[in-house]
Design a protein around this ligand. Structure first.
Ligand code: SF4
Length: 346
């Protein structure tokens, strides 16, 4: 392990780094283990941990907690890439390998939950980056976070692609006894070749579905966010069927499809990947996303209908109340800020 205090950050200016990260101090670390080779962790003591969602009236939740920024799951299409630019960090490889860790997140949250100004509102996690990405195996912030929510009987939800969530099964069960706990796992497709190239740092789709299965077996209902459905690569009827069938077999309580969208930050990175792996699709993508970040409504409706019909065929219930259903509209860009001003869903 190597660590340097305030000297090896992306910019190298301690005061500037601390201001950018919204922290009082920044310590930069790297680890020599194969799992973390090439990854730099910026450990910060954050000044706040519960974030209000801008434009929350459009969302099923108003408050979020994000103990990390950046994500080693490295999904090419990741909607959160843009938020790394607010920290003066690269939105491509930098997003995958420069991880900000709010090491005081559990303590901060416990303090916030105890505040007289806090009224026990629902807290959503995994809405920006994955709170069960590989870094969580080392930093173990989520047990303290869940314990704090449990102790205050505060309702919460988690959206993840990480199998690491099963480490905290006992805590989740305890929390579910005293408050509403909603878990969703993100599985957009089951095609292995596509998974290896487009979601290279994530557990395999079937491992994620094992999470759904295990949670269900322990009485914790788990929905699946079928996201993203990737045009021309995972949207064929047979592919949709295979994915919904696998989701149903895992015992998911719901399946919510979401078509790929390409906001600035993700769009450039995804299109470069497409050019490399599927160059024959570049022109079709340019046409499909000619109007902006979203695929046309007719295309989104078609996918939604197909998935809902399959879900009905395989006996999966409707989306549960309180769980994310859709990607919100992007918020207007703002200058560098300590917290992302737009929400992203895995
Ligand atoms: S889509 Fe989710 S899991 Fe993938 S890199 Fe982004 S935050 Fe991480």
């Amino acid at each position: 392990m190597r660590w340097e205090n305030l000297t090896a950050g992306p910019a190298g200016d301690p005061a500037r780094d601390a201001a950018l990260f919204g922290a009082d101090a920044v310590t930069t670390r790297t680890f020599d283990t194969p799992e973390f080779r090439g990854i730099t962790f910026h450990e910060i003591r954050a000044r706040s941990i519960v974030n209000r969602v801008p434009g929350a009236s459009r969302m099923p939740f108003e408050w979020t907690v994000n103990p990390y920024r950046g994500c080693t799951h490295a999904c090419v299409y990741c909607f959160a890439r843009k938020t790394h630019s607010y920290l003066d960090l690269d939105t491509g490889l930098g997003f995958d390998s420069q991880i900000v860790v709010k090491i005081n997140a559990p303590d901060l949250l416990r303090r916030q939950l105890a505040s007289r100004r806090w009224h026990g509102e629902h807290v959503a996690m995994g809405t920006n980056v994955d709170c069960y990405q590989r870094a969580e195996g080392r930093y173990q912030l989520m047990p303290g976070i869940i314990a704090a929510l449990r102790d205050h009987a505060n309702p919460f939800s988690i959206l993840t692609k990480g199998t690491l969530i099963l480490r905290d099964l006992d805590l989740l069960e305890q929390a579910a006894e005293v408050t509403d706990v909603g878990i969703s796992v993100s599985v957009g497709f089951t095609d292995h070749e596509l998974w290896r190239t487009v979601e290279p740092g994530t557990p395999a789709p079937e491992r994620r579905l094992d999470v759904v299965r295990t949670l269900s077996e322990h009485g914790i209902g788990c929905g699946v966010l079928m996201a993203p459905v990737i045009p021309f690569l995972s949207d064929q009827p047979a592919q949709l069927r295979a994915t919904v069938r696998a989701i149903a077999a895992a015992g998911a309580t719901s399946v919510t499809p979401l078509v790929l969208h390409l906001r600035p930050g993700a769009r450039e990175w995804f299109m470069a990947w497409l050019e490399h792996h599927h160059p024959y699709l570049v022109r079709r993508y340019e046409r499909l996303y000619a109007e902006g970040a979203y695929a046309p409504k007719w295309y989104q409706r078609r996918i939604t209908r197909q998935v809902h019909e399959l879900a009905q065929e395989y006996g999966i219930g409707p989306t549960r109340a309180g769980m994310p259903r859709r990607i919100p509209e992007p918020e207007p860009e703002t200058p560098p800020t300590p917290e992302p001003t737009q929400l992203t869903l895995l």
